[in-house]
Design a protein around this ligand. Sequence first.
Ligand code: PLP
Length: 366
Amino acid sequence: MTAPLIPAAKPQIGWRERRAVDRVLRSGMIAQGPEVAAFEREFGEKLVAGRACVAVNSGTAGQHLGQLAAGAGPGDEVIVPSFTFAATGNSVALTGATPVFVDIEPETFGLDPAAVEAAITPRTKAIMPVHLYGHPARMRELSAIAEKHGLDIYEDAAQAHGASLDGRLVGTWGRFAMFSLYPTKNMTSGEGGMIACDTPELVRAAKLLRNQGMEKQYKNEVVGFNARMTDIHAAIGRVQLTRLTGWTAKRQQNAAYFDRELRGVVTPPVAQGAVHVYHQYTIRVTDDRDGFAEALRDEHGVGSGVYYPIPNHRLPSLAPYAPGLDLPETERAAAEVVSLPVHPALTARQLERIVSAVNTVATAGA
Ligand SMILES: *Cc1c(COP(=O)(O)O)cnc(C)c1O
């Protein structure tokens, strides 16, 4: 008899979130309004050192609008990793610019600075690092390269709320940064995204694009979208924001426990000066990763996830942007990674079960 499955991810929704939603519903004002404005302010203060934020209805929309606001479009190239969620490359393609996929460094799965520099052309507009799994990308090196070549940095911080490098928060390194608020991320608003902007001009451009190009009602200045967040979603996000610090600490404690106890697998290193917020705790299994994940689930009731099994440059959707491209570290990571449950709802008993399951399966395969 196996114990009930330990899920790979588990959104934390409690009475405070329900009460906040009820407050908005009772007010009768549910579209974008005062809750969204308060959420933007509070998010900016807590997570991006006071940068101005623009809330939108998904992380992908944030990434798309952020790039349009920053002027990316047809004829431009934006350098992105292939080892990420498809939204990264999709958001570039949707602006009309070309996503240029480059390889990652194998330690923390971020953009490899040398590979980035080699991919720069006269059309390169920006570099978009992803702070994958909650670990900051190599921002010192990438910022230096951007500066040297006159390029912008756009940050995909979808998975990295509160992560930092050398004491500087992710989301404060680029022209803009996008945070996702999807239910499985470190905090959620149901669906949603936040664009952290480095200038008032960018804030204004992003706000116009969010709302049909209007600042004043029916005086549309540019062609825009409806990418607004509702006050219902913002109310959930505001509560979650107050709980994030505690959750992140719990994720980090869970990860420290795994670091100490796991055997026979490659545990995730943390770069010097980095604060990892463990959106995922991702190990490498060099021999038969899929069999390993199956044994965890079927024999031990431990769920896990593979993020991401197919590199973006080989997806039917994005492959046309990358004919004949070979990214060896990306391929190796796609074949070896598996993410264990690390979410803040895990109990001590469940953490022990995960360790014992991993160690049993890892040694059985040796
Ligand atoms: C979740 C995610 C996105 C997209 O965010 P959504 O809110 O789902 O639209 C983009 N990039 C990465 C790396 C993500 O994990």
